[in-house]
Design a protein around this ligand. Structure first.
Ligand code: AMP
Length: 403
């Protein structure tokens, strides 16, 4: 692993990183900082918690001089993020002080107009930045670096046109850095229109291995679900993700968890987008705290506050294990990854242990109650609808308690 110095970061920023006690660069930092410092346009697929702020901050701080006009503009979707990013920039520029200002709506505009006169770096939400452009209180003629932070979220929030309008006000000769948890069509289109030969880097998220505890239980097939219910009821958890390998299992587990009084929702590629959004809204709002999902559905979801990841099925591809556990212990928070193994999982689990550098501790089985599991009613796919009624009846009869 490369050190921060090897990435080309200059002394003042290195000193502030040292103060923060960051030991090693995160993956996104390792991949993007050399490109950013070389002046390239970069598209970085990375969620909150990946350490992306330091990645673009190192470029901005290195390339900016105090009192030379606005040299960097960071566009962000929310006021909170504007404050957070401005604070991080101030922290990392401690040994090379710059005028950094956060600009967003809902507060008085006059102090901002004053602050913008001496600012070197501006972090702002699109609406208020456009207000300042209209008033001529922000001058972007000296701009060298434009950062679009959480671009997909800005688009989701309806800022696409505003962002485009702001970009058109920036000098054509500039570096553009785009950070986005998901690289959607809109993100690609924007990059094609406004970036110069961008290089793309992507990572999952920054997970602190010291904050992530990984364990496994060995249990008989017939007691797997019961153990899951027991752990969900007894572990002190925040948001929880339960991974299954198939859509069918995802539905079955979510449904049966609800039968057992646990607010669970399934999400998988088979659900229409509207339903998926609904499920995610409920999950984010804490109305359902357990999300049962497949790998495909979980990809691209930017979820904060996941304290537990359960592998109800061990992934068939061992790399997926790393993607799954990367959902928790993000951004300095603690997390737990719990693997529930039965006979069918042994091969996959051996591959996970062999192909990844992971430390997974065995836990002794607690005493727990047996919970009945019901099979989900078969959904009728189109061809099945035309089958004779008697066949459908038979299928219904096949529904039974497993134990
Ligand atoms: P960000 O994704 O930029 O919001 O960063 C998420 C959190 O990770 C912040 O609290 C950072 O201070 C922290 N962080 C960023 N880079 C590192 C690193 N290399 N080592 C440890 N923590 C880091």
């Amino acid at each position: 692993m490369e050190s921060f110095k090897d990435l080309g970061i200059s002394e003042p920023v290195l000193k502030s990183i040292n103060d923060e006690k960051f030991e090693n660069p995160s993956e996104i930092q390792e991949k993007s900082i050399p490109l950013i410092l070389a002046g390239r346009d970069v598209i970085a697929g990375s969620a909150t918690g990946s350490g992306k702020t330091l990645a673009f901050a190192s470029g901005i701080i290195q390339g900016s001089e105090r009192g030379k006009g606005i040299q960097a503009l960071v566009l962000v979707p929310t006021r909170e993020l504007a404050e957070q990013v401005a604070k991080a920039l101030a922290k990392f520029s401690k040994y090379k002080p710059l005028g950094i200002i956060a600009i967003y709506g809902g507060v008085g505009i006059n102090p901002q107009i004053l602050g913008l006169r001496t600012a070197d770096v501006v972090v702002g939400t699109p609406g208020r930045i456009l207000d300042h452009i209209a008033r001529n209180s922000i001058r972007l003629g000296k701009l060298k670096t434009l950062v679009l932070d959480e671009a997909d979220r800005m688009f989701d929030m309806g800022f696409k046109d505003d962002v485009e309008r702001i970009i058109r006000k920036c000098p054509a000769e500039r570096q553009t850095l785009l950070f986005s948890a998901t690289i959607s069509k809109d993100v690609v289109r924007l990059a094609q229109r406004h970036m110069k030969k961008p290089l793309q880097v992507s990572v999952d998220s920054y997970v602190d291995p010291k904050k992530l505890v990984q364990t496994y239980y060995e249990v008989g097939d017939e007691m797997k679900f019961s153990l899951l219910v027991h752990l969900l009821k007894h572990e002190n958890s925040d948001l929880v993700m339960v991974f299954c390998n198939t859509k069918r299992n995802t539905d079955k587990v979510a449904k049966n968890l609800r039968f057992s009084g646990i607010a669970a929702q399934a999400i998988h590629g088979g659900l229409p987008q509207g339903k998926r959004n609904n499920v995610m809204d409920r999950f984010h709002s804490g109305k359902s705290c357990v999300l049962v999902c497949t790998d495909v559905a979980a990809r691209g979801l930017d979820i904060e506050g996941v304290s537990h990841v359960y592998n109800y099925d061990i992934p068939r591809e061992s790399k997926q294990y790393i993607h799954r556990i990367g959902r928790t212990a993000r951004a300095g928070a603690e997390g737990k990854a719990i693997n529930i193994l039965s006979r069918n999982d042994y091969d996959n689990f051996s591959a996970v242990l062999k192909e990844n550098d992971v430390d997974i501790r065995e836990e002794t089985l607690p005493a727990f109650e047996r919970v009945a599991i019901r099979l989900p009613e078969r959904r009728m796919s189109k061809p099945e609808v035309n089958k004779p009624a008697v066949r459908r009846g038979q299928q219904r009869n096949r529904r039974r308690r497993l134990y």
